[in-house]
Design a protein around this ligand. Structure first.
Ligand code: HGY
Ligand code: MN
Ligand code: MN
Length: 409
């Protein structure tokens, strides 16, 4: 069994990095907070006896050699970056559990056929640039320099942020792994939903990951005096945006499986006595079925254009990123099921509404995930919480899952 006190203490220690007076943790990619988190985790990896390095897109890796150095590597990990004012488990639980698994193996002198690498992926969340999974795209070899133009709210592009972090955007291709060089990718993660809690179970095995599309809506009207402009002649983009956002909720509710969220909004110029000139807001739309999601997205775009015409404002929609829904491999799901049985846990399978780096790796290698129960299903919030016992349960299932994959069974 893994050392649950060591795992928990590291989770709590890491949870101090990026703590916000306004609550929660903000550790955005290529910032000093994320750098500090990487340094801390690199020190844990060294304590675990791993060879520590960073690749060309800033993924942090810790490697344990196998008996057969030619054998494909078993990759296990998650991410260290967070959303704004997020929780302390989303990402770090998977990275620190992976370190704990390898440290326990090394302490017991366990030798595996396959080498094993712990990975902390760069920028899984995409919170800073509204464009995510830079690290896993880099490892999959699907990241191009053109994608590094996305900017944060200060106008800094991903490429500029990478340079400031000591990386060379023109070298990102070096992070790509050759197909066949990775046997499998396994990620332990908090569920971020209510299913395990309602089933009264500490751990679950993920069957598939929902696919998301992120978009930016711009509504342009006419800035005018709040006091001197009669209501009937206004071209108010904020009222139009409010109507579009209500419509988004209606359209997403229709299918019963789709989820739609407007999380960001900016009003220009933003004066209390000025009818806005322009409004920008985001859309995060997801479904486990890409066709269902895309039909909802199409309806939203069409109805938004209609609202624009009715209100004499200009509506434009820019697609920021799209990730297809993916299925987890039988190889990893079966290894996790055997691990659950070995430990006496119910074998319980569930889909993931949240997106994860595995989505980017499906063409590189078989992927799979293990979930740990989330208190009240809350995540991406300072209230995000999982118990020490559940974290240990997840890490023990991860240990036996990785053993099966790395022993070459
Ligand atoms: O947005 C997500 O689903 C993940 O937390 N990046
Ligand atoms: Mn997240
Ligand atoms: Mn996550």
């Amino acid at each position: 069994m893994i050392n649950e006190d060591r795992l928990w203490n590291r989770l709590m220690e890491l949870g101090e990095i990026g703590k916000q007076p306004s609550g929660g943790i903000t550790r955005l990619s290529f910032t000093k907070e994320e750098r500090a988190a990487k340094e801390k985790v690199a020190s844990y990896m060294k304590e675990a006896g791993l060879a520590v390095y960073e690749d060309a897109v800033g993924n942090l890796l810790g490697r344990k050699e196998g008996k057969d150095p030619e054998a494909a590597v078993v990759l296990v990990g998650s991410h260290l970056d967070s959303v704004y004012n997020g929780g302390m488990f989303d990402g770090p639980l998977g990275v620190l559990s992976a370190v704990e698994v390898l440290q326990t193996m090394n302490e017991r002198g366990v030798e595996t056929k396959h080498p094993i690498e712990v990975v902390a992926f760069t920028d899984e969340e995409g919170a800073r640039f509204s464009y995510g999974m830079i690290g896993s795209r880099g490892m999959a070899g699907t990241l191009s320099e053109e994608e590094l133009v996305h900017q944060d709210k200060h106008g800094i592009s991903i490429a500029e942020a990478m340079k400031a972090a000591g990386l060379d955007p023109s070298e990102i291709g070096k992070a790509a792994r050759r197909k066949g060089s990775v046997k499998a990718y396994v990620e332990l993660h908090i569920e971020q939903g209510r299913v395990l809690e309602q089933a009264n179970l500490p751990v679950g095995i993920v069957t598939g990951i929902a696919g998301l599309v992120w978009a930016k809506f711009t509504v342009e009207g006419k800035a005018e005096h709040a006091g001197a402009t009669p209501m009937p002649i206004r071209r108010d983009p904020l009222v139009a945006a409010a109507q579009i956002i209500q419509m988004i909720e209606q359209e997403a509710k229709k299918t019963g499986t789709t989820v739609g969220t407007v999380g960001q909004m900016q009003v220009f110029p933003g004066g209390i006595n000025v009818i806005p000139a322009r409004v920008e807001f985001s859309l995060d739309l997801r479904d486990i079925d890409a066709a269902v999601r895309d039909n909802v997205f199409q309806s939203i775009i069409e109805r938004a254009q209609q609202i624009g015409q009715e209100r004499n404002v200009k509506v434009t929609v820019e697609r920021l990123q799209e990730m297809p829904p993916v299925l987890c491999s039988e190889l990893v799901q079966n290894a996790a099921k055997e691990a659950c049985k070995q430990l006496g846990f119910d074998v319980f399978s569930l889909p993931s509404g949240a997106a994860h780096d595995g989505v980017q790796l499906v063409d590189l290698c078989p992927i799979g995930m293990i979930f740990v129960r989330s208190k009240d299903g809350i995540s991406h919030s300072p209230e995000e919480w999982s118990s020490k016992e559940d974290c240990a349960a997840g890490a023990n299932v991860l240990y036996h899952t990785v053993m099966r994959l790395a022993m070459g069974e």
